[in-house]
Each structure stands twice: as C-alpha cells, then as structure tokens.
Design a protein around this ligand. Structure first.
Ligand code: ADP
Ligand code: ADP
Ligand code: ADP
Length: 214
C-alpha cells in the first residue's frame, strides 16, 4: 500500500501513522521527522530547513522533494509506505506523481484527517515530542507518558517543539489552508481521497482509518 496522510498540523497524522504503519507493515515516512533528525545532527540540510521551520513556513521544494525521494528509494519502502507531511503543496504532489509513475507505481489512497481548528490548537498546545526520535509523540493531557517528561517508547527526554508556540502555529495553519489544502482537490480528481473524522480516542481514529482504507 502507498498512502498519503493529509490534515492540518496537530490533526494526529504522526500519532496515527505510527499505528497504521505497524498494522499495514509499511514504513512511516515523515518529512517533518526527517528534517528534525537532520537539525539535531547539524547537517547542511538541517541548517537550511531550520530557518523555514522556525518561521512556520514550508521548506523549499528544491530541498524537500529530493529528501523525500531518497527516503522512498530505501529498500524498506519498496513494497509501500505511509507518507506523513509530504506532499504539502501542488508542486510536491506533482513531483510525487512523476516519481511514482516513473517506476510504474501509483498511490492507493490519500487519507484526509478532519479536525476542527479549536481542537487542533488544543492538541498542538499540549504536544510533547522525544528528543531522541521526534516520531515519538505525546500530549500533556490526552496522551500522557507513564512518567512525566520521559518517552515511553525509548526513555528519551520529552520537550515542546519551538514551532508549536502560539504565534508560529497561527502561521502554520495559514500555510496549511493556502498551500496544503489544495492538494485534497488535486487528489479528489484522481479519486483517491478518503476523509475521516480525527476526533475521538487515538485507537478509535485508527480503527476508523483501517475501515476506510481500500
Ligand atoms: P505538523 O504535522 O505539526 O505540521 P511537521 O512535523 O509535519 O508538523 O512539519 C513541521 C515543519 O517542517 C513544517 O512547518 C515545515 O516547515 C516543515 N516541513 C515538513 N514537511 C514539509 C514538506 N513536505 N514541505 C515543506 N516543508 C515541510
Ligand atoms: P500531526 O502529526 O498531525 O501534527 P500529532 O500526531 O503530532 O499530529 O498529534 C498532535 C498532538 O495531539 C499530540 O500531542 C498527540 O499526542 C495528540 N493527539 C493525537 N491524536 C489525538 C487524539 N485522537 N485525541 C487527542 N489528542 C491526540
Ligand atoms: P500497543 O499500542 O499495542 O500497546 P506499543 O505501545 O508498544 O503497543 O506501541 C506500538 C507501536 O507504536 C510501537 O512501534 C511504538 O514504537 C509506537 N508508539 C507507541 N507510543 C507511541 C507514541 N506516543 N508516539 C509514537 N509512536 C508510538
């Protein structure tokens, strides 16, 4: 299965991706996690990405598309993958189509997570992620770790992303509406979009997603 997850920041894409990827036995590919790993390793790509991420803007396609393709080229992604946070604009969606069709492949579905904006704001405000691996995601109220401040998965330190502060969040939501939302219509034209509500418990949303996917 080749699946794209779409939804506003804070919708629960990363959280759901961890469970869906496990259920479907495909790798979870998050461009946000790839950027954060590059930033913590101090790579040139990380340095470049950081200025855009801190401002709540999209990292340029010239950087992002190559990074995503390199990841999809890895052996574990040969049989399928779950893309989280990519594509994020029409240019990236077209690049992904070209990449896949060049290999005789296509997407199976685009899973659209729907959440009201006030809920998204609450989810982002309490989000804490792991320093060792930013795909380990918690919430101070809704998804508490067993020990406060400590990652259940790997024991790493939990912290708040600097782009999860209020002023940057507002910018990211704007960017979502203006640049990312249009890809939903782009994929609707290909008959790929499955929309589900992302409200409710994490496990309920996972079940809804598994039932909705082809
Ligand atoms: P969220 O799901 O909360 O929006 P992500 O971890 O997906 O957060 O993304 C964090 C930031 O990383 C984005 O605001 C953006 O700056 C950058 N980013 C992630 N994926 C992409 C992408 N596909 N294109 C451009 N920038 C991206
Ligand atoms: P995204 O990747 O779309 O930005 P995350 O998966 O990081 O979103 O989730 C955002 C925050 O909301 C995290 O703190 C996460 O623990 C929390 N969260 C995820 N799913 C739910 C849910 N169903 N109910 C309440 N909180 C949730
Ligand atoms: P279960 O949900 O069956 O109790 P686990 O809690 O061990 O199983 O987690 C299942 C998978 O989800 C594991 O691969 C783990 O790495 C991942 N996982 C667990 N909690 C989180 C989290 N808060 N954020 C991201 N991934 C997580």
């Amino acid at each position: 299965m080749r699946i794209v997850l779409v939804g506003p920041p804070g919708a629960g894409k990363g959280t759901q991706a961890a469970y869906l990827a496990k259920n479907l036995a495909i790798p979870h590919i998050s461009t946000g996690d790839l950027f954060r790993a590059n930033i913590s390793q101090g790579t040139p790509l990380g340095l470049k990405a950081k200025e855009y991420m801190s401002a709540g803007q999209l990292v340029p396609d010239s950087v992002t598309i190559g990074m995503a393709e390199d990841r999809m080229d890895q052996e574990d992604a040969a049989g399928g993958f779950l893309l989280d946070g990519f594509p994020r604009n029409i240019g990236q969606a077209e690049a992904l189509d070209a990449y896949l069709s060049g290999k005789g492949l296509r997407l199976d579905a685009v899973l659209d997570l729907e959440v009201p904006e006030d809920e998204v704001v609450k989810r982002i405000a309490g989000r804490r992620i792991c320093r060792a691996d930013s795909s380990h995601v918690f919430h101070v109220i809704y998804n508490q770790p067993r020990t406060e401040g400590v990652c259940d998965v790997c024991g790493g330190e939990l912290y708040q992303r600097d782009d999860d502060r209020e002023d940057t969040v507002r910018k990211r939501l704007e960017v979502y509406h203006s640049e990312t939302e249009p890809i939903i219509d782009y994929y609707k034209a290909q008959g790929l979009v499955v929309t589900i509500s992302a409200l409710g418990k994490v496990a309920e949303v996972t079940q809804r997603a598994m039932e909705a996917l082809p």
